[in-house]
Design a protein around this ligand. Sequence first.
Ligand SMILES: [Zn+2]
Length: 136
Amino acid sequence: MRLDQSLVDAARDLLERRFPGEEGIAAAMYTEDGAVLTSVYFEPEWGSGMLCAETGAICEAEKLGKRVTASACVSRLSGDDPVLILTPCGICQERLFHWGPDLEVAVPDPSDPTRWRAKTLKEVQPYYWVNAFEST
Ligand SMILES: [Zn+2]
């Protein structure tokens, strides 16, 4: 399954449901069989053990033995702020590369970060370090 508005909506719906009127981060992923896996960020009150919103869905896919094909992450700083599209952080990009460089991720439109564009991981990170091994 390729990234589409339904996947972004799944992340937005979870954000609204789990963090009504407040700050939050949520992610949604398609697997190759069309399943939608969703998760939210985890930020413990103390310490530095935060987990990105994508982490739960990545672990769920691995638990189910499914291949992730697309990922979208959304966030807002407060209930009064707009919902923004977030490019996966470097660590999540690294994790998502597990399913290949053609996996699609939502990135913010440069002129309007509430709107998304689909980019493959290889477009987001053209100098991915594993490329060195694959060109020899
Ligand atoms: Zn991350």
